[in-house]
Design a protein around this ligand. Structure first.
Ligand code: ADP
Ligand code: ADP
Length: 229
């Protein structure tokens, strides 16, 4: 069953005289409950595609459908609600608010939705309950990323979008974060999309979409994804 369908999506950025065709009539379906990795070199259009999936930006052409709801010509207000309620974002550079504690960062996100999860439960799930009163500067990179994941899932999003979530972390910490995202998906029966240029991460997913020059050029299924040990 398809949760999010992208059909013939194109996106061009204009900077003065220069035009960059970031996406060229490309299509991708994301299935309910899956963990999909979108793999491609820098500049291939991954972040652009993720931003369109999350309603952060709109395509110039094509159609995006979220669970039967077309997003492509949704009103701005509807798109804002979509971003707030249906989608959780995890970025490479955590984006935590520095003068709020871990628990306060998560609680702030919880306020965006009517029926959030309990902040302490989510912090326990990501293994940070004991650090709930620490500020971001007092946490390691891996711990900050776990707070960012807690902040995204406390809203019970139906779709969790992660842009290079392990990009700033060492290999072992990165694997731990992937394992966490996979566990989170199982517990909350959500759908997780991870964008990365790291081929090792592609090997750990069930399904991998490869991007090159603004297009999804290949989608493959890993029969036996490596357990992220
Ligand atoms: P690349 O994939 O080439 O390494 P990045 O992932 O650094 O590029 O950035 C791609 C796009 O994603 C940027 O244009 C930026 O708008 C967005 N982005 C990256 N990191 C963040 C972040 N922490 N917060 C918000 N947007 C981000
Ligand atoms: P990736 O995430 O795979 O690195 P991006 O989606 O960030 O790829 O970028 C795809 C192409 O679009 C690149 O050539 C990049 O330079 C360009 N691009 C991305 N964001 C912008 C922007 N805000 N303005 C202009 N060009 C951009």
């Amino acid at each position: 069953e398809v949760l999010l369908s992208l059909k013939n999506i194109s996106k061009t950025y204009t900077m003065g005289e220069v035009q960059v065709e970031a996406l060229k009539e490309t299509s991708l379906d994301i299935y309910k409950g899956e963990l999909l990795v979108i793999l491609g070199p820098s500049g291939s259009g991954k972040s652009t595609l993720l931003n369109l999936m999350g309603g952060i930006d709109r395509p110039d052409g094509g159609e995006i459908i979220f669970d039967t709801r077309p997003l492509t010509n949704a009103r701005e207000k509807e798109l804002t609600l979509y971003r707030r309620r249906d989608v959780g974002f995890v970025f490479q550079f955590y984006n935590l608010i520095p003068d709020l504690t871990a628990a306060e960062n998560v609680a702030l996100a919880a306020e965006l939705v009517a029926e959030p999860l309990a902040v302490d439960e989510v912090l326990r799930d990501v293994g940070l309950f004991e650090r709930r009163d620490h500020f971001p500067s007092q946490l390691s990179g891996g711990e900050q990323q776990r707070v960012a994941i807690a902040r995204a899932i406390v809203k019970r999003p139906r779709l969790l979008l992660c842009d290079e979530p392990t990009g700033a972390l060492d290999y072992e910490t990165g694997k731990m974060i992937l394992k966490l995202l996979s566990g989170v998906r199982e517990k909350y029966a959500g759908t997780v999309v991870i964008v990365t240029h790291n081929t090792a991460i592609g090997g750990m997913a069930e399904r991998v979409a490869r991007m090159r020059s603004g297009q999804v050029v290949d989608v493959s299924v890993n029969a036996c994804p490596l357990p992220p040990e």
